[in-house]
Design a protein around this ligand. Structure first.
Ligand code: PEP
Ligand code: MG
Length: 898
């Protein structure tokens, strides 16, 4: 027969799947000999049966009876008996903490008779019995809680009756209601139940208990619980356990009370006990903040015996769990009871400090310390923040696209951003959306704010790459770039030059300057703050030690996506072991754009095209020399040009208007006309699926080979100067091996030629991105022609799902997230089942064809914690991500290996 019920003495902390977190820990404390009120737990198995079949498993009732009998025997009283009843709480408790999301019913066992028994029992207590108030108050709480959670009655009915009772008494305070008033209220509440639920409040204690158990099962599928699970990515099919625990009362008088405590400070991680205590109160009163709590230490003078016992227990719990614990306790007439414990939540800073403290205390290993912190926590520590104590005026909220905090003067175009920043102003670049033309403005700005586009929009991706604060898709803002102003939904108008502040962590947009505090952790990574420097606090020291352990432990190499020597240098400071993606497109912007126009306009005119390419070559070469030099011999993957060329041409509408206006004025600008024709010719309905990547290289003669030549000559130049350049030439958007073969053969020729001509030791691999499903599925063939693969998971996600990465988030992702189709955007965390499957196939097929094939990833997922674990599992050699994510990837790669 399946076992659906466990006494607290039967379980242990490792049975969270079965007993839920609360049940498992209550059992653990019971077995440690700590004072836990006796009780038992109904398993998550029972809940799952109930949820699947719509009724309790047939064995459950009998098993509950058996355990209830044992509990009654232990307590020496029966559930709800008329004189001195046993009362129990019925509490939910899933494997993962879901605070307040599911139901709980207290005081089960009270009825019209046992309420008198409870009053008599309480009479022995200091002031609990004098009026019977305590008993009647407990009874009305039961009917109210039961009515709401078990019978589904709208809580307002009870609130109204309570208000009426207070009104009649001429007070606003619950505590002024005496026993008689509460007795009247109980009658009123019972009438409400009868009317609203069409049945009387059950007087049979066992029926109360059974119905409460069922209500807890059902609350697993309550709206709040479902929403919370989606947000927290807790699986839907776990179910909850139910804990039946004998009641103890913290509201029996001034020698009773209730509190919460932590074995270390969960905010800072400092050692020492922390907590709050409230005299003569029940748990919910502490949460409701009805009265001011006292600091835990004060309990020491109030009730030294309980305090000493409590602090001893806390030390014991830490020792046992080898981690920060949080606890809930109650003192009933001077007797301490432990109601709950668990490994406590903590801030990011506390997590790092505590992990290192525990190593120093000899309680955990360095591996465990690395595993106790997360990349997400490290990322939090790296962003500057707004001072929490500052006064702020929020005018709108957008999407939190790239974390951090930034203030500056509003500017509405990149030209002004650059100009103002050159003269020392801090600016926030505000655009409806950004495009590659805005790059300089984005670099110049402290932060970027857009009113359109989601978390994978241009603004968001580029900002994250730069580690720059960005709020995107703030749709309630009306951004008028022509008039250089923005209007908020509340009517506030921000003109160019007005100061605004944006919080990339929350998405909030404020008027005026909000003070910012810098992150010492970034100062440390930047090398401006040594871990041993007297200025380093213990947080920096903790981060330093965790990172050192991580680097010793991880198998994956970590590279960075970097396109400039500055980014490359930063990437190295942050610990990157190479560049996994150097996007060459930014090298085609600015003044070089004219050359691209010339290249495109050349059409079939070979000489003209060669001339344009010839001018681009030395510029590209210089770019690469600088990057190779900055990387000092570490591998650099240079990707040949990827985006559609029309991105470098003027906007079709603007150009058409210019030409039309000129014509209307009788002017004839041949250049503009030809340009317009070219723009028309290149215009594509779906440019992301159009002439880009390897396709460009195949149809624009000389373009890719100009780039290869620039790379080879740069490498030769670095080698001649005594350096080393380890280059990996990467061909984007390959879908068929034939595409790659053509480019590879041409490139090899160029490389050989440069080697021969310069006599330099040019070390280079030629490989490809895997970013189309066809490439993944035919990876075996492609590997014959590629020395390495780098998974472009941005495009691979886009093409696998058929989602446009530029449009999708604003358009319908919120609906998808809300409806639980996915818990997180597949552009943020790799979709293991779909896209991941393709990655796996490509890894297997690729390695089969070429065992020494080097494998990496350079999509945004390379810096996402969960995705890093996946890439470790499937056996990639490295991940590559933006410089600011490098430390996160180093840490997560280690955690994946532990
Ligand atoms: C990718 O597609 O994952 C990739 C890295 O290339 P890009 O983002 O430049 O298209
Ligand atoms: Mg791509």
């Amino acid at each position: 027969m399946p076992k659906f019920v466990y006494d607290f003495t039967e379980g242990n902390k490792d049975l969270k799947d079965l007993l839920g977190g609360k049940g498992a820990n209550l059992a653990e404390m019971t077995n440690l000999g700590l004072p836990v009120p006796p009780g038992f737990t109904i398993t998550t198995d029972a809940c799952r049966v109930y949820l699947e079949q719509g009724q309790e498993p047939p064995e459950l009732r009998e098993q509950v009876s058996e355990y209830l009998d044992a509990l009654e025997a232990k307590m020496g009283k029966k559930l709800g008996q008329a004189d001195g009843p046993l009362l129990v709480s019925v509490r939910s408790g899933a494997k993962f903490s879901m605070p307040g999301m599911m139901d709980t019913v207290l005081n089960i066992g009270l009825n019209d008779e046992s309420v008198h028994g409870l009053a008599a029992q309480a009479a022995g207590a200091e002031d609990g019995g004098e009026t019977g108030r305590f008993a009647w108050d407990s009874y009305r709480r039961l009917i109210q809680m039961f009515g709401k959670t078990v019978l589904g009655i709208d809580g307002e009915h009870f609130d109204e009756a309570l208000d009426a009772a207070k009104h009649a008494k001429g007070t606003q305070n619950d505590l002024d209601l005496g026993a008689e008033d509460l007795r009247g209220l109980v009658e009123a509440f019972k009438a409400i139940v009868e009317k609203e639920a069409g049945r009387p409040f059950p007087q049979d204690p066992r029926e109360q208990m059974d119905l409460a158990i069922r209500a807890v099962f059902e609350s697993w599928n309550g709206d709040r619980a479902k929403l919370y699970r989606r947000q927290e990515r807790i699986p839907n099919d776990l179910g909850t356990a139910v804990n039946i625990c004998s009641m103890v009362f913290g509201n029996l008088g001034m020698d009773s009370g209730t509190g919460v405590a932590f074995t270390r400070d969960p905010a800072s991680g400092q050692t020492g006990v922390y907590g709050d205590y409230l005299q003569n109160a029940q748990g919910e009163d502490v949460v409701a903040g009805i009265r001011n709590t006292m600091q835990l230490e004060e309990l020491g003078s109030l009730d030294p015996k309980s305090y000493t016992e409590l602090t001893d227990i806390m030390a014991k719990l830490e020792e046992h769990y080898r981690d920060l614990c949080d606890i809930e306790f109650t003192i009933e007439s001077g007797k301490l009871w432990m109601l709950q414990t668990r490994v406590g939540k903590r801030t990011a800073a506390a997590a790092f400090r505590i992990a290192v403290q525990l190593v120093d205390e000899g309680r955990i290993s360095s591996d465990e310390a690395v595993d106790r912190v997360t990349g997400a926590q490290l990322a939090q520590l790296m962003f500057p923040r707004f001072d929490e104590n500052a006064k702020t005026e929020r005018i709108a909220t957008g999407m939190n696209a790239s974390p951090g905090a930034a203030s500056g003067k509003a500017v509405f175009d990149s030209y002004t951003a650059v100009k103002w920043s050159r003269s020392g102003e801090k600016v926030i670049l505000i655009r409806r959306e950004t495009n590659p033309d805005d790059l300089n403005g984005m670099i110049a700005a402290q932060g970027i704010l857009t009113s359109r586009g989601g978390k994978t929009s241009h603004a968001a991706v580029v900002a994250r790459g730069m580690g720059k604060t960005c709020v995107c898709g703030a749709e309630s803002l009306d951004v008028d770039t022509k008039r250089r102003r923005m209007t908020a939904p509340g009517g506030e108008v921000v003109e160019e030059g007005d100061v605004v502040s944006i919080d990339g962590t929350s998405g909030a947009i404020y008027l005026g300057e909000v003070p910012v505090v810098a992150s010492p952790v970034v100062e440390y990574f930047e090398g401006r703050l040594g871990a041993d420097s007297p200025k380093s606090d213990d947080l920096v020291k903790a981060v330093h030690r965790i990172m050192t352990w991580s680097d010793e432990r991880r198998r994956l190499y970590v590279r960075a996506n970097a396109d400039t020597p500055e980014d490359a240098a930063r990437a190295r400071r942050f610990g990157a072991q190479g560049i996994g993606l150097c996007r060459t497109e930014h090298m085609f912007l600015g003044e070089r754009r004219a050359l691209i126009e010339r290249l495109i306009l050349a059409g079939d005119d070979d000489a003209e095209r060669q001339a344009a390419l010839g001018e681009l070559l030395p510029m590209q070469r210089d770019d690469f020399v600088a990057i190779f030099t900055a990387m000092g011999g570490l591998p650099v993957t240079v990707r040949l040009l990827d985006p559609p060329l029309h991105e470098f041409l003027p906007d079709i509408t603007e150009l058409s208007v210019r030409v039309a206006v000129a014509e209307a004025q009788g002017e004839h600008n041949e250049g503009d006309l030809r340009l317009l024709q070219a723009v028309h010719k290149m215009h594509e309905a779906n440019p992301m699926l159009g002439l880009r990547g390897v396709r460009l290289g195949l149809v624009i003669p000389g373009l890719f080979m100009m780039q290869v030549r620039a790379i080879a000559e740069a490498a030769a130049q670095v080698a001649k100067a005594g350096g080393v350049a380890r280059v990996e030439i990467m061909v984007p958007l390959v879908g068929a091996v034939q595409e790659l073969e053509i480019i590879r053969d041409e490139a090899q020729q160029v490389l050989d030629e440069v080697k021969e001509r310069t006599g330099a030791d040019v070390r280079s691999l030629i490989g490809t991105m895997i970013e189309l499903p066809r490439a993944a599925l035919t990876a075996g063939q492609i590997a014959e022609a590629a020395q390495f693969f780098s998974f472009g998971t941005n495009d691979l996600t886009q093409t696998t799902w058929g989602f446009s990465r530029d449009d999708v988030e604003g358009a319908f992702f919120s609906a998808y997230l809300e409806r639980g189709i996915f818990g997180v955007s597949p552009f943020e965390t790799l979709d293991r089942e779909g896209v991941g499957k393709l990655v796996q196939i490509a890894v297997e097929e690729g390695r089969k064809a070429r065992p020494e094939l080097k494998l990496g990833v350079c999509g945004e997922h390379g810096g996402d914690p969960d995705s890093v674990h996946f890439f470790h599992e499937v056996g990639l050699d490295y991940v590559s991500c933006s410089p600011f994510r490098v430390p996160v990837a180093r840490l997560e790669a280690a955690r994946a290996a532990i």
